[in-house]
Design a protein around this ligand. Structure first.
Ligand code: ADP
Length: 927
């Protein structure tokens, strides 16, 4: 069978060869064997020499066989031919020898054949005689003919060898190249299929040959999935080379697909007519993958580029020496420099001077191939503004892995930092708030409670809070209301408030809270939890309770005050009746000394009672306004007790009580106001006397206990009911108003006593076994161990010298009665009733002593004193202020005005005498 390759010797070979060579080159690039190698494979096999010798011997053998056959054939034909044409059969042998072995075999065959035929068939037979002319001519003709046969035979033989060689080259080439090759005849039937085409189509050489091309080579458009015109069909139809088609897939015999590139070219015969077609195709799966890969890479690169351009972050690349290489739009926004301004400049463009060292550290890390991640620092904008940024810097490496630069992603975190700071501030506020701030989910599980909140309910930390449902914050009796009424109402209204108690988890104590709750909602405005900012109102509640109590107390005090006023009126009136009675008695009595004495005693007792009442009232006023002042000095206890007993003596004696005084043997010294302390014990003794039936027993005992002296005033009198004991020191407190009223008193004595004892840093307590069981008042006072000097033991009664005294008071009775008193004690007195008159009287009489009221019409006592002191004759006059005001401030004012002394009305006669005697040397004493 003649193959398409054999036809390539003519014009179609001209078409096909260049294309074939292209594929040979492809095969070469595909690392297949080169044509030279292929040819070498064909022509230079390893046993080439031996083969050739064997072939030559074989050829010569065949030549000899041909000669023998030719001679034998002539010999057989000899009877018929005789001497004619003796060499005729040799021409065939020569032609055969030249075809098989070439001229090298043909020439010996021609010569040997001639020799044999000449001897056997040329007359004279049996000899090699060529002397006969006919035979010579015959020999020449024979040689000529043989030469022609040998020449043409050799030419034909060389041509055939070449074709065979060429054919082998193409056969090997087509088998070796990576491309699949198919050839068809003009009918489009497969005439050749190489191994690659076999494997790509799935059709074996055997099955494919003779089949229509469309059966074996089915192709589709890869994208449209529609059949594609077979390029071979077009090449056959139009006689043109059909180029590579894109996106073609070959459907294999087993139905699998394979992307291919294909092309087809017509094969033409000697006359230029299309005699077939060659179709060349190859599997481009790998190429497609590479292309897809490249396309993906391109896409990725574009994507990255667009990300870089649209990124809000600044993305910068720089060389290792810090020169900016690229600068995206984000960088322009963050730093304020345009790309033109920044690219080519050093990165220090945006680094604050004091942070330049940071860049060196960053570069050092990059050189070591390390990344710098989320490095927060400060950078500077083109307008000089500082911004906080977070840097992520990665090294850029070349193909060899050397670090050549860096890519920087810079995020402006100024706003984030600010937000963080604001958030932190908010957290600080929440954390430092004294309110309870908390949040919980809809199930009532807390997820946040501030510190104050945790403390309020006694939870240690948030973790503990997270495991404590808020229901447990409340007392069991409140839980139902909170969970079933309050929270559902919050969900309905969005907020709500209730005053409820929180339970302290550790102590169990209640805390009243103004519990304000609101719902937390999500973006869709659906409730997701609850939040509370609640205040501890325990104190407020306490205050309200206190206020209520206070109001009740005030009402009680008011009631007592009214009672007090009634009592006061009664108590003031009480002495008046006996006094006016006795005055009448004095008028009527004439010279009856006994009656006069009795009247005098009664008046003195009743007056003393009234003075005590008024004194107590004044002290009460001072206590109320906290104006009570102590005039302390070192005093000896027994002298104080003595003074107190003197005060109480008249009452005690009148009631016939038995008074027992028991003091320590050693003197006890106190830093005290003698008069006030005497007032304390005088008051206690008076009370004992008042509230004990006549002929009772009263004792006053004192003993040292450590640094204190404990004084006990005890009686066997009325006693005090248990329920009144703790309020016995309250103002206006009297145990039994009706029964005791006759005893005289305003219910303020013990209040004063307690206050005075406390002012001396002491304490007082009342004890009684109950009504009728007697009472006991225990006073504790601190003592001083070592007196600095001799303690005052009380006023020494000295005989008073006779003086000229001016008494100034706008109350004429007061002035005149005092003048009478002074006259009785042997003094000469003058009286004035206002300031001007006072000055005139002083100037006129030049008295030694002036007892001067302060609140005077015209000029005040202070003014009078000042004017007198300005006169040369006024400097040595003893001026004593007589006033109802006895505060320290009042004493200071009178001293400033120039007074030598200050006495409080009503004037105690003994005190006045004491003062006058102490002023013999003109010294100033303010009492
Ligand atoms: P009063 O001026 O009423 O005596 P006090 O403040 O001195 O005022 O005393 C208050 C009340 O205490 C008295 O009214 C009396 O009921 C009771 N009290 C005080 N001392 C005694 C005592 N020694 N024995 C019984 N009751 C006393």
């Amino acid at each position: 069978m003649k193959t398409e390759i054999e036809r390539c010797g003519s014009t179609d070979r001209i078409d096909f060869l260049p294309r074939a060579l292209i594929y040979i080159e492809r095969a070469q690039s595909s690392k297949l064997k080169s044509p030279a190698v292929l040819r070498a494979k064909i022509t230079k096999s390893p046993d080439q020499g031996g083969q050739r010798v064997r072939n030559s011997l074989k050829n010569y053998g065949l030549g000899l066989v041909a000669v023998a056959v030719a001679v034998l054939l002539r010999w057989v034909l000899d009877p018929l031919m005789g001497d004619t044409l003796p060499l005729v059969t040799l021409f065939g042998a020569v032609a055969a020898a030249v075809w098989v072995g070439g001229y090298r075999v043909a020439i010996p065959v021609a010569l040997i054949g001639y020799g044999a035929c000449h001897y056997l068939f040329i007359a004279p037979r049996g000899t090699f005689d060529i002397t006969d002319v006919t035979n010579v001519v015959g020999l020449i003709a024979y040689l000529f003919t043989c030469s022609l046969i040998i020449v043409f035979g050799e030419i034909a033989r060389v041509g055939k060898t070449r074709v065979t060689q060429q054919r082998e080259v193409f056969r090997v080439t087509l088998r070796s190249i990576g491309d699949a090759v198919l050839t068809t005849d003009t009918e489009g039937r497969i005439t050749y299929i190489n191994e690659v085409a076999e494997s790509l189509t799935g059709w074996s050489h055997k099955d494919a040959l003779g089949r229509p091309l469309e059966r074996v080579f089915q192709i589709l458009n890869e994208v449209t999935r529609k059949p594609v015109e077979n390029p071979a069909t077009r090449a056959l139809r139009d006689g043109v080379v059909v180029g590579l088609a894109n996106h073609t897939v070959l459907i294999k015999k087993d139905g699998n697909e394979c992307p291919i590139d294909d092309s087809a070219a017509p094969i033409r015969d000697e006359q230029g007519y299309v005699s077939g077609c060659v179709l060349i195709f190859r599997d481009v799966s790998a190429q497609r993958l590479i292309e897809r890969d490249k396309a993906n890479q391109l896409l990725t690169a574009r994507l990255l580029a667009s990300i870089v351009e649209t990124s809000n972050d600044a993305i910068i690349s720089k060389s290792l020496d810090g020169i900016i290489q690229s600068w995206n739009a984000g960088a322009e926004r963050v730093f304020g420099f345009t790309a033109e301004e920044a690219v080519g400049r050093h990165i220090s463009l945006v680094i604050p001077p004091e942070r330049l060292a940071e860049e060196d550290q960053i570069i050092a890390k990059l050189r070591a191939g390390q990344r710098v991640e989320h490095f927060e620092t400060e950078r500077v904008r083109s307008d000089g503004q500082r911004i906080m940024v977070s840097l992520t810097i990665s090294p850029i490496k070349d193909a060899a892995g050397n670090v050549t630069g860096a890519s920087k992603i810079v995020r402006d975190v100024t706003a984030r930092r600010r937000t963080e700071r604001e958030r932190q501030n908010f957290v600080t506020v929440v954390e430092n708030s004294t309110d309870f701030i908390g949040m919980c989910d809809l199930q009532g599980l807390p997820f946040f409670i501030n510190r104050a909140g945790l403390e309020m309910i006694g939870l240690d930390d948030l973790e503990e809070a997270r495991n404590t449902p808020i229901q447990e914050f409340f007392f069991p009796e409140d839980q139902g209301m909170i969970m079933n009424e309050f929270f559902p109402a919050i969900l309905a209204n969005g907020h709500g408030e209730v005053e409820v108690r929180f339970r302290h988890f550790k102590t169990g104590e209640p805390r009243w809270m103004a519990y304000k709750v609101l719902t937390l909602t999500n973006a869709a405005n659906e409730p997701v939890g609850f939040a509370t900012v609640s205040q501890d109102v325990t104190e407020r509640k306490q205050l309200a309770d206190d206020l209520r109590r206070l109001a009740a107390d005030l009402a009680e005090t008011d009631r007592r005050k009214n009672e007090f006023l009634a009592t006061l009126a009664h108590e003031l009136r009480n002495p008046l009746a006996p006094m006016s009675n006795m005055l009448e008695v004095v008028k009527q009595a004439g010279d009856d000394a006994e009656v006069l004495k009795q009247a005098h005693d009664t008046i003195e007792r009743q007056l003393g009672q009234m003075v005590r009442l008024v004194d107590d009232l004044l002290d009460l006023n001072r206590i109320t306004y906290d104006r009570l002042e102590l005039r302390r000095s070192e005093v000896e206890l027994s002298s104080v007790v003595q003074q107190a007993v003197e005060v109480a003596r008249p009452l005690i004696d009148a009631a016939g009580h038995d008074l027992i005084i028991d003091l320590p043997d050693e003197p006890v010294y106190l830093n005290a106001d003698r008069a006030r302390l005497a007032q304390v014990f005088g008051n206690l003794l008076n009370n004992s006397s008042k509230y004990t039936r006549p002929n009772g027993r009263i004792s006053l005992s004192a003993k040292r206990v450590d640094d204190e002296v404990v004084l006990t005033v005890k009686d066997n009198g009325a006693g005090i009911p248990q329920d009144k004991l703790d309020r016995i020191f309250d103002m206006f407190m009297q145990v039994d108003l009706t029964a005791e009223r006759s005893q005289g008193g305003l219910g303020i004595g013990l209040t004063l006593v307690k206050r005075l004892v406390e002012m001396h840093a002491g304490s007082i307590e009342a004890r009684s076994a109950g009504e009728g069981e007697g009472s006991e008042f225990i006073v504790r006072l601190p003592v001083i161990t070592k007196p600095s000097g001799a303690a005052q033991t009380g006023p020494a009664a000295e005989p008073s010298p006779q003086r000229r005294i001016l008494i100034v008071d706008d109350n004429r009775d007061a002035a005149d009665s005092l003048a009478m008193l002074m006259e009785i004690t042997g003094n000469t007195t003058y009286v004035a009733h206002d300031g001007i008159e006072a000055i005139e009287e002083i100037e006129k009489h030049r008295p030694e002593v002036v007892l001067l009221d302060i609140g005077l019409p015209g000029l005040t006592g202070h003014e009078v004193c000042r004017r007198v002191r300005q006169q040369p004759w006024g400097k040595n006059i003893v001026m004593i202020a007589l006033t109802g005001w006895g505060q320290e401030d009042d004493r200071r004012k009178s001293e400033e005005a120039g007074f030598n002394g200050h006495l409080v009305k009503p004037v105690d006669y003994d005190k006045l005498l004491e003062l006058l005697s102490s002023l013999t040397n003109g010294e100033r004493v303010h009492k």
